[in-house]
Every structure is written in C-alpha cells, then in structure tokens.
Design a protein around this ligand. Structure first.
Ligand code: BGC
Length: 432
C-alpha cells in the first residue's frame, strides 16, 4: 500500500456529543428527553469517551494514524451564559496532551451541532446575539488552549441548516403529493447527510412543539441542525468570521477554517440547472466569507443525482449504506476537484465515511476514497489531510446507536473497544 508523504494528516474524527456521554447542558440532551422526542434513543453515556479518551487515542495511534479531529463541547465549557468552567478546559488540555504524547496531531472543532441550552432559549442560530456569544466562547478556548494547537475548525457543516431547509421543503411536497404514502419520510431521510427521523418528527409535531416551547420558550427551537432561513445562514457565517478573528487575535499561528457538507452533485440529462443551483447553495455562495480562511474542511459521504424533475433516487440496484444513501467513494475526489476550482486555501478532508455493519465494505471505501485523494495531490491540489468518520461506532443523532460508522466497535453494555480491520488499513496510509 502506498503511504502518503510524511506530514500528511491521516486521522479519524469524532464529535463531543456523539462520543463523550452525559452532555447534560446541551440543547440536544434536552430534546432527547422530551416525551415526544424524534430521537430513537437518548445519547446517555455515549461511548464514555469523556473518561476513556486515553484508550481511544492510544488505539488510534497504535494503528498508525497520526491525527485526531474531535470537538470541544460549548455546553460543558459555558454551561450558563458567561460562566466558563476552567475544569472543563483542563479536561480538554489533557485530551490534547494525550494526543501529543502519542504523536497525534489534534484538530479541534469548536462547534459540532450541539449548543448550550441557554443559547437556544435566547433564539439560537437565528438570533443576532449568537454571533458575539460564539466569538466570546471561541476567544476563551483559544486563549486557554490555542497555544497547544495548530488547527481549529470553527463550525462543523456550516451549510447543514440550508440543506435541511431544502430537504424539508421537498419532503413536504412529497408528503402533499403522495398524501398518505407510507415511507415518504423514510426516503427523505436517505437524502440528508446526518441521522434524522423525518417520519417520526412529522408524527410527533403537534406534541413536540408544546414540549419544545416548555423547554426553550420556542415551539420550533433554532438548534443548529434545523431548517435555516437565509438570514440565519448569513448569521452562521458571521459567527464563523467573528470566531476566526477571536482565535487569530489570541493565537495568530493557529490555522482556522470551517467545514462544509458537500455532495458530489451529478446532473443527468435535463438535470443541469438543478445541480448548478444546488452547488451554488451548498458551496459557492459561501466563498466570499471563507476565502480568507487558512483551510476548508471538506466533508463528503456520497453523490446526488439530478434529473429533469430535480433530485433523483440512487440508481436501481446501487449498494446502499445503513443511512440509505449510495456507496460511492469516488465522490470525494470529484468534490475536492470542484472545490479547488474556486477555493484557494488548503483543503482538509475533515469527514468521509460509511455506515455499514460489514467492515470489508469500509476497507473498500477507504481504499477507493484515498486513491482519489492521491490523484488530487498528484495533480497539485493542496490536500493536507484525510479524517475518516468515525473513530468509534457512536451516537448518530436522531438515529441513535444503530449506525456503524466506526473504525472501532464499542460494546454498548461493557463499553469495551474492539478495533475493526479498517482501523489498521487506514493507519497503513500514514507516512513515517
Ligand atoms: C456529521 C457527523 C455525522 C456524520 C454521519 C456528518 O454530517 O458531521 O456528526 O455523524 O455526518 O452522518
């Protein structure tokens, strides 16, 4: 197997809420506990990574990986507005130190979907004050931990809210057209990147609205992963820019960027205009706000086909992952090439992966995806790293623990970790 050059980051990624456990001050935790929640199950103890991070980082390093992307949890660091918890900073300082002790480059994300409950009660990701709140939190983390870091991602998948708005619109249309066609919700779920239970959300809507109003003072709380207005989309970008400035003020040496969920949008005859409009919404309109960033985090899982009627289902007979989207590792190379046409900073693949119980398919996926990355580098594209999603089988948001994205299995009863063969396969690509 051909190794990447020394210095190329070969890593795995996680997000705090999906692995740490007991993230009790967050909006997600609150939503998981609602009587009419759309979550299949609560995150609970997750993978207990908060206490077992040493073992997890050791497994990653022993398999040869040289980088770890994880998120620090805003709801732990600032559980009440303006009240920062130094003990939580010390926790993350130990996580970073553990990475370094194992020769692993830590890449830290400041916001990966979850927010403190108080932020959402104040209007969340549609409220003007969130820009300053996020920048203040980012500056605090940078002052405390930035000296030990080289990379910070401000916001994970800044474009997720717009993607959800588009999907929700399509889903409503489908539901109207098909009136009571069973399964309309399920097929919409297959077209969203992140684990969502649209069908359940629809069935519960009426009750959930009252319950959300009780908790957040808003029947439709503006959590990060919810339908975003164009003004909210702009607000996310301004929050990113303000956070970048706060990080740079504290630590000019840290490389800062955000991450985007990017599909390989493939028009079939007649679908060109749909595909072009989707790329504009998913990527191009963000350019003015990110062009000054040090890097862009590229997150890709599959392709999307467009025909004369708009988005199309996966081709007949295509292999689908547990998430119901197509197994299509070639998508990563296509997306990297497309992004590089317009974005001029470094590119880091901050997520790419597959939900499957069959690890041989993950091994195949990694091989094909990385072959594409290698071709991009050979053609001079500034791709600086590849992070596989995910290090551990973890909490896939509304879908709970049913999805197997991990390079490592976690026994839900004992929390015992068992590396899958794919972990060592990925580690084998890291240059010495
Ligand atoms: C998110 C992850 C999620 C993964 C798989 C990405 O959209 O950043 O948190 O688990 O996709 O669905």
């Amino acid at each position: 197997m051909d190794k990447f050059e020394k210095g190329f980051l070969v890593g795995a990624a996680t997000a705090a809420h999906q692995v740490e456990g007991n993230n009790i001050h967050s909006d997600y935790w609150a939503q998981e506990q609602l009587p009419h929640t759309s979550f299949t199950e609560s995150s609970g103890i997750a993978c207990d990574h908060y206490h077992r991070y040493e073992e997890d980082i050791r497994l990653l390093a022993d398999a040869g990986l040289n980088a770890y992307r994880f998120s620090v949890e805003w709801a732990r660091i600032e559980p009440r507005e303006g009240r920062f918890e130094p003990a939580e900073i010390e926790h993350y300082r130990r996580v970073i130190a553990c990475c370094k002790a194992h020769g692993v480059e830590p890449v830290v994300t400041l916001h990966h979907f979850t927010s403190p409950k108080w932020l959402i009660a104040k209007g969340g990701w549609e409220a003007e004050a969130t820009v300053d709140s996020f920048a203040r939190y980012a500056g605090y983390v940078a002052r405390k931990l930035g000296g030990e870091l080289n990379y910070i991602c401000t916001i994970n998948e800044a474009n997720m809210g717009l993607q959800l708005a588009a999907i929700a619109k399509r889903f409503q249309l489908m539901a109207q057209q098909a009136a009571q066609v069973a399964g309309a919700g399920k097929s919409a779920e297959g077209s969203v990147q992140v684990g969502m239970n649209f069908q359940k959300m629809m069935e519960n809507m009426q009750f959930a609205a009252a319950e959300n109003a009780g908790v957040f003072g808003d029947p439709q709380p503006k959590v990060f992963v919810s339908e975003r207005t164009p003004a909210g989309d702009l607000l996310v970008l301004r929050a990113h820019a303000a956070a970048r400035q706060a990080v740079k003020a504290a630590c000019p040496h840290v490389k800062v960027g955000l991450t985007l969920s990017l599909h390989d949008l493939q028009p079939q005859p007649g679908g060109e205009a749909f595909a072009a409009a989707a790329w504009e919404e998913e990527f191009t309109h963000y350019l003015p706000y990110i062009q000054g960033d040090d890097f862009l985090g590229v997150q890709n899982y599959t392709r999307t086909l467009y025909g004369p009627e708009g988005q199309m289902p996966a081709p007949q007979g295509a292999e689908l992952t547990q998430m119901d989207y197509e197994f299509y590792p070639q998508a990563l190379e296509h997306v990297l090439r497309r992004v590089a046409e317009d974005f001029h900073g470094d590119l880091i693949v901050t997520e790419n992966g597959i939900a499957t119980a069959d690890d041989t398919r993950r091994v195949a996926f990694i091989g094909q995806a990385l072959a594409g990355v290698r071709r991009c580098i050979a053609d001079g594209l500034p791709v600086k790293g590849y992070f596989h999603w995910s290090l551990l089988d973890n909490f896939e948001w509304q879908k709970g623990y049913a999805m197997n994205f991990g390079l490592v299995t976690v026994d839900r009863k004992t929390m015992a970790r068992t590396p899958k063969p794919s972990l060592a396969v990925l580690g084998g690509y890291a240059g010495a």
